[in-house]
Design a protein around this ligand. Structure first.
Ligand code: DMJ
Length: 473
């Protein structure tokens, strides 16, 4: 294998996806999430110069990782140092695991071999340290699974199963099935009794795929039980709080969707239905997101935002939006409401037009941003989702503007870095490339422009961490 790159397939792989499966149930009322609609899912013809530009920048940063942090979790490209994400002193080569399927779709095959060889020879999860369950599932289980689905190398599945088995006590030791937040990978000791909702639900894709690949339902069953235990405790408005303890008691009274730390709880209801065909997940998505869209949408100056509400009374308690919520635009589209997804995407585009990069937080009534920019992928994620659904050049243009702003403000000699303040000019640079940048930002951008032959745009499905869980070819 080499880093030689085949020409992108000229043919457009387009199929009419009937999204009626998600449709009908919540269409009443205008703000329902699922409309009986069909959309052409495909890539459109490649925009090769832009795809190449993205791939070159990925490779430049990957070389920075190899130079300063090979075998470590994450790179600090300015100082030329490295650090661990999960546990100090216990590297798991996180950036390599996160990058596997990106290397695959970019056809960087010699780099992919380097990473898989390192994983085969060096990666062990027999670690006497607490690992964060949610992060380990989306990054490590998901990364190894997508690596397996791309390369078919069996040891990647073996290692995915190994870490999943070590994480499973977080679910099985809970009285309700709502997971503890931390597990000691060697001893199985659990800790952390109050997960936010994203940490409760963001596992059914990885665990569902693992169950399908191994024939053992215990992974999927644990994930679904956690969802069921939480959704059973919804309010009479069909809204949820933010944090719930392992005994099933709410620890706050605010529904903050689609912001973190609840964001991907909802993403995985739709994704779990789309990938695994589970009808309960579809019905839960429609019920909960229908209520969110009916009660929490706040239209300000023609823009769509989501206010925070008391989940029992529906009373407004906040008007903030996290940058991470930008993924919601694509989710709405995938689940059948392209029109609302487009509107919400436009709100985020207004933030980009004002600041260049999206700051961490936005006070949306005045469109005032605050904070840095952690090289996050959510806007590019939605641009990709909406582009695939519509093939509208609008979303390719938006993705290109996002890429150009990132290149202008966050590029350093050996890669890319977070910035500490995204509201000033120039933006003060930090010294850190999060591993998810290799998994998400650059994959979404590349797939948006490339018409990549190794990705099936008509059936593809990516996890919350940008892992290809269906559609590798
Ligand atoms: C990623 O780890 C995942 O997208 C997760 O769901 C939330 N945020 C980060 C990137 O911003």
């Amino acid at each position: 294998m080499g880093t030689h790159r085949r020409a992108a397939r000229p043919t457009r792989r387009t199929v009419l996806l009937t999204l009626a499966a998600a449709g009908g149930l919540a269409a009443a009322g205008g703000t329902g999430i699922a409309q009986a609609a069909t959309h052409a899912a495909g890539s459109g013809p490649a925009d090769q110069p832009k795809a190449d530009a993205v791939r070159n920048e990925f490779l430049r940063a990957w070389n920075g990782y190899k130079r300063f942090a090979f075998g470590r979790d994450e790179v600090h490209p300015v100082s030329g140092t490295a650090s661990e994400f999960f546990a100090t002193g216990h590297p798991v080569g996180l950036t390599m695991i996160e990058a596997l399927d990106t290397l695959y779709v970019m056809e960087l095959d010699s780099e992919l071999s380097l990473a898989t060889n390192w994983i085969q020879k060096n990666l062990s999860f027999d670690i006497n340290a607490n690992f964060h369950v949610f992060e380990a599932i989306i990054r490590l289980v998901g990364g190894l699974l997508s690596g397996f689905l791309c390369t078919k190398q069996p040891f990647l599945l073996t290692k995915a199963r190994d870490i999943a088995d070590r994480l499973l006590p977080a679910f099985t030791k809970s009285p309700t099935g709502i997971p503890f937040t931390q597990v000691n990978l060697r001893t199985g000791a659990v800790s952390g009794r109050t997960p936010p909702l994203a940490e409760v639900g963001t596992n059914i894709l990885e665990f569902g795929v693992l169950s399908n690949l191994t024939g053992d339902r215990k992974y999927f069953n644990a994930a679904k039980k956690a969802y069921q235990a939480t959704i059973d405790r919804r309010s009479s408005l069909n809204l949820l709080g933010t944090t719930i303890d392992v005994n099933g008691n709410w620890r706050d009274g605010t529904d903050t969707a689609p912001n973190p730390p609840v964001d991907s709880f909802y993403e995985y209801l739709w994704g779990g239905f789309a990938l695994l065909g589970d009808q309960d997940l579809r019905n839960w998505y429609n019920m909960l997101v229908g209520a969110i869209n009916n009660r929490m949408i706040d239209r300000v100056n023609g823009q769509v935002w989501y206010k925070q509400v008391d989940f029992r009374s529906g009373a407004t308690v906040g008007t903030e939006q996290s940058e991470l919520a930008a993924f919601w635009a694509g989710l709405l589209g995938k689940a059948g409401n392209v029109s609302l997804g487009r509107s919400y995407f436009n709100s985020w585009t207004a933030v980009i037009q004002k600041y260049g990069l999206i700051p961490d937080n936005v006070h949306y009534p005045t469109l005032t941003g605050s904070g840095g920019n952690a090289l996050r992928p959510e806007y590019a994620n939605s641009a990709f989702d909406l582009y695939v659904l519509t093939q509208s050049q609008t979303f390719r243009n938006a993705a290109w503007n996002y890429f150009r702003a990132m290149r202008a403000n966050q590029r350093v000699t050996n890669g890319y870095t977070v910035v500490n303040d995204a509201t000033t000019s120039p933006m003060p640079k930090g010294d850190y490339t999060p591993a998810y940048w290799f998994a998400e930002n650059m994959k979404y951008l590349y797939l948006t422009f490339a018409n990549a032959p190794r990705y099936d745009y008509s059936t593809g499905l990516l996890s919350t961490e940008g892992k290809i869980l269906r559609g590798a070819r």
